[in-house]
Design a protein around this ligand. Structure first.
Ligand code: SF4
Length: 216
């Protein structure tokens, strides 16, 4: 049997097929690929592979690069065909650019799970997110930050451990030493000034004015 009648059958079922190396990729117009169509393509895989061009495929390239970089293949699986259209930018990237893009995607995916990128250990205050972990040297107070999109999507933010001693809301008590118990203008009671704790109202005591948006 030649590939032509098989391709015609797939077309009638609204299924497109493309070749990625020695693999066939079936894509339905809607829903799932019917089981008998999958079986037909599987039974005539050799004819289809011989008939279809093995065109360079961005998704296949990304899968190869992700595997080489030790990144999860799910990063590539989650990309839509629209993401990979040549005119949206990804198709214009070099292999090095694609590699970097995969690392950015991986970092974003980890941030959506509440995991800070490596080296993001500094506590800063975002006007919208509150205390957040940013990279060393980031501004102490920002109007927007890379965690904002995680918060907007309902994700978990890893709030840093902070101290009242570094907070603009701390209220030193006249009868207490610098490291002793301090009050809180936000109504959180008394705390040791240097005790590390998570506090959603922490805001660094800093003269630095807010910058519009923090980016690494
Ligand atoms: S707002 Fe939080 S960190 Fe700041 S002084 Fe009060 S308890 Fe401490």
């Amino acid at each position: 049997m030649t590939a032509a009648p098989i391709l015609e059958t797939l077309r009638r079922h609204g299924v497109t097929v493309r070749r990625e190396g020695d693999r066939l990729k079936l894509k339905p117009a809607t829903g799932n690929v019917p089981a008998d169509v999958v079986e037909l393509a599987r039974a005539h895989k050799a004819e289809l592979l011989a008939a279809l061009p093995d065109s360079p495929d961005l998704r296949a390239t990304l899968r190869r690069l992700a595997a080489a970089e030790g990144l999860p293949g799910a990063l590539v699986d989650r990309l839509t065909d629209a993401d990979l259209q040549p005119d949206n930018g990804a198709g214009l990237l070099s292999e090095e650019g694609l590699r970097r893009w995969l690392h950015v995607l991986n970092e974003n995916a980890r941030m959506r799970q509440g995991i800070a990128p490596p080296g993001w250990t500094q506590a800063s205050h975002c006007r919208h997110c509150g205390p957040v972990l940013l990279w060393q040297g980031a501004p102490p107070v920002v109007l927007g930050c890379p965690w904002c999109h995680v918060r907007r999507a309902g994700g978990h933010l890893p709030h840093p451990a902070v101290t009242c001693a570094t907070c603009t809301h701390q209220q030193p008590r006249p009868d207490s030493s610098e490291a002793g118990m301090h009050g809180c203008a936000q109504g959180h009671g008394l705390h040791f000034a240097c005790e590390r704790r998570a506090c959603a109202d922490w805001r660094p005591a800093s003269n630095t004015s807010e910058i519009s948006e923090a980016k690494p």
